[in-house]
Design a binder for this molecule. Structure first.
Ligand SMILES: [Zn+2]
Length: 454
């Protein structure tokens, strides 16, 4: 009963006509959740609706027809938080490999953090990142520039210049802006261009030498702990500064119950705060570190079950606005070593769908909220036009098979680095195709595997 699937033999780089037939299209920004046909002509969505694809389109030899039965079509995702290691550490990730990983994960837009080498605190680095990404095509890259020069927490960067060069926000991610004076000035300055200030919330005085979350597991393992309060104290201070300045403040990778409570209260009082959470903080606890698993060393660290519960509830009710990957590629050199010397972080762009669909299936995270937290919501935080499933807009969407069972392995990742504790596990659901404009930025082996014989 599936629609005819037609993949042109000589796969053209630019596709004039693509039809996704009978697919469940979900775009909460327009309250869309229906079985429809979606027609893309020269990179734009021209028709969406039940049986909207004309017969002659479906029969056309030029048409690329995709069987949507049993699949979901979602707006392409927007990631607020990724670390591509170019310039400076291309052995971990290049802009091109990062963008390929992003497309394979369903992402149409990725915001890249400033802790490159050199640090993205000047127009030259921002421009280089934008230029490299344009050369590559596919997923679009949006730099997030540093708040302070050299991420030293002292002198502010030339934010106006950085914004003109393409930066969509500022962050010293990896380190926290510890000085209240500097943070206040940063918020005041960024406010004049309506740019969000994104904080990595960590009171470094409280986390010196920390390897993991401070708690019973750390004690058992004999590792120095990173207490929740080190995050909460910065969130609390910054919310007061955000209130005083009226600036747009964004909390990166929220990990504690306390930070959730503070953000919820601040939102209820109308403070301009937004927040993101990572898939690993939603799915793992500090128990995952048992066995000295360096692949589970992240910053902020994996917390406890009660934090995970608070994060899930906050994402579901919108207190936490967005899902962000904190994609942090590292080579075996930085990971296959002692806990103390291991670099924190894990790759994430290609794991969002397999890892998080479990929460959607159990009903803990409604599908519409899952999609919103990966599309409209993050886009609005950095003032990008969100990908949408609507007639007349540029085609930016991802096709998902929510039921297919598969194993994610290191070999299947496009990312240059393979550091993730989520590998070699069975999952249900994956990205099969990502279309951006008139091109398939990612096309999995199964995207066209359904023939008439099926
Ligand atoms: Zn961070």
């Amino acid at each position: 009963m599936g629609a005819r699937t037609n993949e042109p033999k000589d796969f053209p780089q630019h596709l004039d006509l693509v039809v996704v037939k009978g697919v469940r299209a979900v775009d909460p920004s327009r309250e869309l959740d229906a079985i429809v046909d979606v027609v893309v002509e020269r990179g734009r969505i021209t028709r969406i609706g039940a049986d909207a694809a004309p017969e002659d389109y479906l029969k056309s030899e030029q048409a690329c027809v995709i069987d949507g039965q049993g699949r979901w079509l979602l707006p392409a995702f927007v990631d607020l938080h990724a670390h591509f290691r170019e310039p400076g550490q291309e052995y971990k990730e290049e802009i091109s490999s990062g963008l390929r990983a992003a497309a394979a994960g369903g992402f149409g837009h990725v915001c890249c953090m400033a802790n490159t080498k050199p640090i993205n605190d000047t127009r030259a680095v921002t421009e280089l990142m934008v230029a490299r990404a344009r050369e590559h095509g596919g997923t679009r890259l949006h730099p997030i520039a540093a708040i302070t020069k050299g991420q030293r927490g002292e002198e502010l960067t030339e934010m106006a210049d950085l914004r003109d060069a393409g930066a969509v926000g500022v962050s010293d991610d990896g380190v926290c802006v510890m000085s209240s004076v500097v943070m206040r000035r940063a918020l005041e300055y960024a406010r004049t261009f309506d740019m969000p200030v994104i904080q990595h919330c960590e009171d470094h005085g409280l986390t010196g030498g920390a390897q993991m979350h401070e708690g019973a597991v750390a004690t058992k393992l004999g590792l120095r702990g990173w207490p929740r309060v080190a995050e909460d104290i910065i969130v609390a201070r910054d919310l007061l500064l955000a209130e005083a300045t009226g600036a747009r403040y964004h909390v990166a990778h929220v990990s504690t119950e306390g930070a959730v409570r503070l953000i919820r209260e601040a939102k209820s009082r109308g403070i301009h705060v937004t927040a993101e959470v990572t898939p690993h903080h939603l799915m793992l606890t500090d128990e995952a570190v048992v066995g000295y698993r360096t692949y589970c060393k992240v910053n902020p660290p994996l917390r406890e079950a009660r934090d995970v519960a608070a994060l899930r509830a906050a994402l579901a009710d919108g207190t936490i606005d967005a899902i962000a990957t904190d994609h942090a590629p590292h080579s075996p050199l930085e990971k296959e070593c002692e806990m103390e010397s291991a670099s924190p972080g894990m790759v994430g762009l290609e794991l969002v769908v397999p890892v998080l669909l479990e929460l959607v299936r159990t009903g803990e995270l409604p599908l519409a909220r899952f999609v919103d937290a990966l599309t409209r919501s993050p886009a609005s935080i950095v003032a990008l036009d969100a990908p949408r499933l609507a007639e007349g807009v540029r085609a930016e969407f991802t096709l998902i098979d929510p039921e297919v069972e598969h194993v994610v392995s290191a070999a299947s990742l496009r990312s240059k680095s393979k550091n993730s504790p989520f590998l070699d596990r069975a999952y249900r659901g994956r990205v099969e195709l990502t279309m951006l404009g008139d091109e398939f930025a990612f096309r999995g082996a199964a995207a066209f595997a359904r023939g008439e014989s099926r």
